[in-house]
Design a binder for this molecule. Sequence first.
Ligand code: SF4
Length: 412
Amino acid sequence: MHGLASESQSYQGRWGERIFRIRLFPGGITVSLGLHDRVQVYTYEASGRPWTFILDGRIYRRALNGTMLVKWRPKGQARQRQRLTQAKALRVEARARERLAAFAQAWHAGQLAFDHPPPRAAWERLQRALAWDEARSREDAAQYFRVYKPIGILPPDQYLAVVIQITEGCSFNTCTFCTFYRDRPFRIKTPEEVRAHSEAVRAYLGLGLPLRHGIFLGDANALVAPMPRLLRLLDTVRAAFPEEKFRSLYAFLDGFSGERKRPSDYAALAERGLHRVYIGLESGHAPLLRFLHKPGTPQDALAAVRAMKEGGLAVGVIVLLGAGGRAYAEGHVRDTIQLLNQMPLGREDIVYFSELVVTPNMPYAREAIRAGIEPLTPEEQHAQQKAIVEGLRFPKEHRPRISRYDIREFVY
Ligand code: SF4
């Protein structure tokens, strides 16, 4: 037996006919049984909290609220996904636990042949995963709702950040296609509240904290807080998460009619560790933004991006595919290309394409019917992305990354 290094370590061996692999990594453990398309994978946080499973060809990812996202690809068909309620997710957890218990029993009975023996931490983490029963899982999800206001969305590269809600809600709440914060009045927390919240989050994530990196400042537009207040809040977060892996901070900036910040403000935030800001541009086409009730104009968004870049920040600019359907498609593509090309983007920046997902409770659904808007098919939305990307004119050394932003994939 030897100590557990900070990097990941693998231990493999045989269990009768089957091969297995145990991987220890900061904040978690993975046990894989079998090979290739028959592999079963069980990943838990070091605290025992279930994280991801691959069971019978399906990938399950547990959210802290106790629900799960499951993804699979039926033969010859597109990928499917479904959200499981907590009750269904608990059944999946139980199925995984049962199989893992058989593995642990075989280990205890000396039936596993390891290539080289794993450290004691592997056995301890396995035991904690097995101790995470239904009652524990329910209590953990209940605790999530005590620590956080439900987190509705994060950028796709931030699912493993630690979210700290220095503000709550959205300061605009007018966009017809967004229901994330409808029932949550906007407010900026006090430094004392942020300190208490940060401590509660640390305690809640517990032994699983090391598997996360970076801090995402919630909710929708934390950066609208006035500068002196914002700097104090960032200092409070910094003090609560002094580790190097939490040095980088991230946030959304959405809607541009609020407090305007200058390049020097962004430089001061960059000095505090702010790394990338995610901007809900949606479109460069002003009439479409008006139709969506999105606050601000494309020119406001451009000015904000220029100020952020001048202040030394990276940006992620989010474009909404299919917004305004066929009626706005031409203007949306044309003006979004034009606007993006005016942005001083570089290789550290990302242009995200997010498909419009309409649910019946959205004002967008009613307004689209009233305006006789014909929606774009998924194929047409892909074509819209392609047309915008083909119109971008960035020199090779300044080409931003292009990425998908699928809100249906979000799990925290
Ligand atoms: S500004 Fe952003 S978070 Fe606020 S309502 Fe609009 S899309 Fe939603």
